[in-house]
Design a protein around this ligand. Structure first.
Ligand code: SAJ
Length: 479
């Protein structure tokens, strides 16, 4: 065993089992993590650290009253928060110096991208959190990063800041690991308890200490130990591969349109090939890919390869298959625009001066989450072409610069085209007669980005129909 980790092991032995834990970042990742640590009998105390800022400072009192500041339904969270607060096992504080009291501290701070264009992540909030952890770090403590980060960050930037701020040495004086979060809104507690947990230390001793931290909160899930960089690559890859699978079926949908066939027939056919060792992850074509995971994690992975700085044996200027997948998925809103323009032309109209009714602004069905929604580039293209755009969404109430109505009739009134962008359940009930009544057009247009409407019913009712992947219907005769 190398000297450094034997020094660290001695420090950890001396400190004994983890008893006191800190979680920095009281958001949708940090709060359930802190509550589950606090509920584990083997841990004595958990501190939730939250900056007392204008936008989030209110969370401190709320959490200390046992109230969750998170929006939306999170089954089991508030009762558990109440329980651990009442038991004195959890408290929220803005006093970061109390980090010095702890055996382990985790960082669950979001890492958004500055903006769509430059695809550079904004690590500023995370860097602030790491600096604070470093400032109050003591020998024998464990630091774990839970945020989604560019591969190489734990052993690179994070290790460097922690050592500079503390004067201590990672892997000798303190343990350092990455344990990426895998939570999804609406299932936070369930995900942490039941998903397997990837735990990656910068060395063996760090990995072992992080395994000791996470094992008690897992029920069905098991810990999967590996190196810190492998853990960073695992997290970014699990979303990169999902994005790739969506791009594969989106590309096929475009081919099926060009070949005059129904992509959903082909999807059913390909998906029917089952059996041991045979896997085909056939997902669903659609109007595009939004959200804060799939639109970003590919670029974290790509940056990680570049940051590693080693020779990559791959054609110099060629896009990786992953970046190409991002480009295919980002093309889908443009394809929706092309389908809409072609359908309007078939109806004897131009995009310029037309009224477009967009159904759906959220990036995912039956949700109010509109981060990086594919609806936005489509709306921009229509406005640039001189169309008027009205937006309906049953859940999204506000979005910068976009007026969103929850009244379908108001949005559809006198519209030349109705364009389905989000697969909200309520849209499946839209019938051609209702739409025709609201739109009041002799030759209305419907464009379906999420396989929501029945093509034949709309074609029979006199609509011009276009649907993603519906090569079997897109060239239909006008009724
Ligand atoms: N989408 C498609 N076709 C599909 C699936 C999704 O077009 O077959 C689109 C959706 O409309 C949406 C976007 O992709 O615009 C993302 O959808 P998503 O279901 O992946 O939802 P996310 O972005 O919330 O992904 C999260 C991720 N979870 C974490 O990062 C912890 C992802 O790893 C999960 O696989 C995903 O949830 C999930 O399965 O719910």
């Amino acid at each position: 065993m190398d000297l450094s980790s034997s020094k660290l092991r001695a420090l950890l032995e001396k400190r004994g089992p983890i008893k006191k834990i800190g979680v920095i970042g009281m958001g949708y990742v940090g709060i359930p993590a802190a509550v589950l640590f606090a509920d584990a009998p083997c841990f004595e105390k958990v501190l939730g650290f939250q900056r007392d800022s204008k936008t989030s400072g209110h969370k401190i009192e709320m959490l200390n009253r046992g109230e969750s500041p998170l929006k939306g339904e999170e089954p089991g969270l508030e009762p558990l928060l109440n329980k651990v607060v009442a038991a004195g096992k959890f408290e929220c504080t803005s006093d970061f110096s109390r980090i010095s009291e702890l055996d382990a501290v985790t960082l669950a701070i979001q890492t958004p991208f500055k903006d769509q264009k430059d695809l550079e992540p904004d690590f500023s909030a995370l860097v602030e959190g790491i600096s604070k952890a470093g400032k109050y770090l003591k020998p024998g403590m464990l630091v774990v990063l839970e945020s989604t980060i560019t591969p190489g960050t734990t052993t690179g930037m994070a290790k460097q800041i922690l050592e500079e701020e503390s004067g201590l040495k990672a892997g000798e004086d303190f343990a350092l690991a990455h344990a990426p979060e895998r939570v999804m809104v609406g299932r936070l507690l369930k995900n942490i308890r039941e998903h397997d947990r990837i735990v990656g230390g910068i060395d063996e001793a760090s990995t072992a200490r992080a395994v000791e931290l996470y094992s008690p909160v897992l029920t069905k899930g098991k810990v999967i130990p590996m190196s810190a960089t492998a853990a960073e690559v695992t997290k970014t890859t699990e979303n990169t591969f999902r994005d790739l699978q969506i791009a594969a079926i989106n590309q096929l949908a475009l081919y099926c349109e060009a070949m005059g066939i129904n992509v959903y027939d082909v999807r059913t056919g390909v998906d029917s090939l089952k059996g041991e060792g045979i896997t085909r992850a056939v997902l669903w074509p659609g109007a595009g890919v939004g959200g804060h995971c799939l639109t970003k994690d590919t670029y974290h992975l790509e940056r990680g390869v570049k940051l590693a700085g080693n020779a990559l044996d791959y054609p110099e200027a060629a896009d990786s298959i992953y970046v190409l997948a991002r480009k295919v998925n980002d093309f889908m809103p443009l394809h929706m625009y092309n389908l809409t323009a072609a359908a309007l032309e078939k109806a004897g109209k131009k995009m310029e001066g037309a009224k477009i009714a967009m159904l759906g602004w959220a990036f995912i069905k039956d949700s109010d989450d509109a981060r990086n929604t594919p609806s936005e580039p489509f709306r921009d293209l229509c406005l640039e072409a001189g169309a008027k755009v009205a937006v309906h969404d049953p859940y999204v109430r506000s979005y910068p610069g976009v007026e969103i109505s929850e009244e379908p009739e108001e949005v559809l009134r006198n519209a030349d085209a109705a364009v389905v962008f989000t697969g909200h359940s309520m849209y499946f009930a839209l019938g051609p007669e209702k739409l025709k009544e609201f739109m009041e057009k002799a030759r209305p247009v419907v464009v379906d980005g999420r396989n929501v409407v029945d093509p034949d019913a709309f074609i029979e009712a006199g609509f011009v129909y276009r649907g993603i992947g519906r090569g079997d219907k897109n060239g239909h005769e006008l009724k």
